[in-house]
Design a protein around this ligand. Structure first.
Ligand code: NAD
Ligand code: IPM
Ligand code: MN
Length: 332
């Protein structure tokens, strides 16, 4: 496997080394291609990402990514959005699942749902006019873009409980009527049981009754917001992994950002990134390794070896080291 490794900024520089220690413990045949991208590089060199970087990424099989700082500066080209678009990774898959010994806001832990977020259009079209008194962002919903994410979500639902929830705001934004219609058709064609909810009341229902959902498909910004909100259900943002998937490329990253409020202290929770690594292993077909990794994570949490966000006393690197040592005893 040729794996591009992007630490990025802030806690990205801490959680990626921990995840790599975990990966190295498997002694898989992995060629790592480190790339320095993001805000720190922009400050130093004036570019956060270039076409050459995209070419390098396209030559890799997949990517593991930490986090980047994205300033609201019109001259700054967002690394993440550029990569998602250039590599056409249209599906942002965000599983929400409680881990052992970690409580979120509910006592019940019998939920397990996946947000499938459209990743290339919607309010992230990048088509903007910024003026002194009026600024606009164009929300783009296409039939093609909606169909491919709907088909992805329907297929995923078919492999689970065959239940799909379509989340939209078509009462206000008619662009979402197209999204809704295409999703309904896709689910019907796939033989998947489906329903739809308006995003505002859906957010209320999801946080109150997460066990009522399985696969959720939605547009770009709604998926962004609903996934961070879901962090409250599993015990924090430091626990949410994600995969960005396209026809050709795959890119794995924690849902969280560069966390400047805790960066540089070796206390960021590496599990969101380690769980993203687990998604990478599964995607690559390394199913046995993924299972061992899951077991290592469960063991660390059951022993209370975790970072302060989960009430523990361990550092980022200590969690990585524990997981790596556990894996070494299992793969030898
Ligand atoms: P954030 O996700 O970085 O942090 C939100 C809160 O969660 C903070 O209190 C932080 O300390 C906590 N947190 C995040 N990751 C954690 C971890 N691994 N362990 C423990 N606590 C963790 O969101 P923000 O503060 O709104 O954004 C900071 C920067 O990150 C911004 O520039 C934003 O644009 C960028 N961002 C990048 C990504 C990405 O690279 N994928 C995602 C979201 C935000
Ligand atoms: C995420 C992040 C990104 C997004 C930002 C950093 C561009 O919040 O991956 O959830 O909005 O998609
Ligand atoms: Mn986000």
């Amino acid at each position: 496997m040729k794996l591009a490794v992007i630490e990025g900024d802030g806690v990205g520089k801490e959680v990626i080394p921990a995840a790599l220690e975990v990966l190295d413990a498997f002694e898989l045949d992995v060629e790592k291609v480190p790339l320095e991208l993001g805000y720190d590089r922009w400050e130093r060199t004036g570019t956060a990402i270039t076409d050459d970087d995209i070419d390098i990424l396209k030559e890799c099989d997949c990517v593991i990514f930490g986090a980047v700082t994205t300033p609201p500066d019109p001259n700054y080209k967002s690394v993440l959005l550029t990569i998602r678009k250039e590599l056409d990774m249209y599906a942002n898959v965000r599983p929400i699942r409680p881990l052992p010994s970690v409580k979120g806001i509910h006592d019940r832990t019998d939920f397990n749902y996946i947000i499938v977020r459209e990743n290339t259009e919607g309010l992230y079209s990048g088509i903007e006019e910024i003026g002194e008194d009026v600024s606009t962002t164009k929300r783009v919903i296409t039939r093609k873009g909606s169909k491919r994410i709907a088909d992805y979500a329907s297929k995923l639902a078919g492999s689970r409980t065959n239940k799909l929830t379509i989340v939209h705001k078509s009462n206000v934004m008619k662009s979402d009527k197209l999204f809704l219609d295409v999703c309904r058709q896709s689910a019907t064609d796939a033989g998947v049981t489906h329903s739809d909810e308006l995003v505002d009341s859906f957010a209320y229902n999801l946080i109150r009754n997460p066990w009522n959902y399985d696969v959720i498909v939605t547009t770009n910004l709604f998926g962004d917001i609903l996934s961070d909100m879901s962090g409250a259900l599993v015990g924090g943002l430091g626990l949410l992994p994600s995969a960005n998937i396209g026809e050709k490329y795959a890119f794995f990253e924690p849902v969280h950002g560069s966390a400047p409020d805790i960066a540089g202290r070796n206390i960021a929770n590496p599990l969101a990134t380690v769980l993203s690594l687990k998604m990478l292993l599964e995607w690559h077909g390394d199913i046995a390794e993924a299972a061992i990794l899951e077991e290592a994570i469960d063991s660390s949490l059951n022993l209370g070896i975790c970072t302060p966000d989960l009430g523990g006393k361990s550092s980022t690197s200590e969690v990585g080291e524990f997981l790596a040592n556990h894996i070494k005893t299992r793969v030898k």
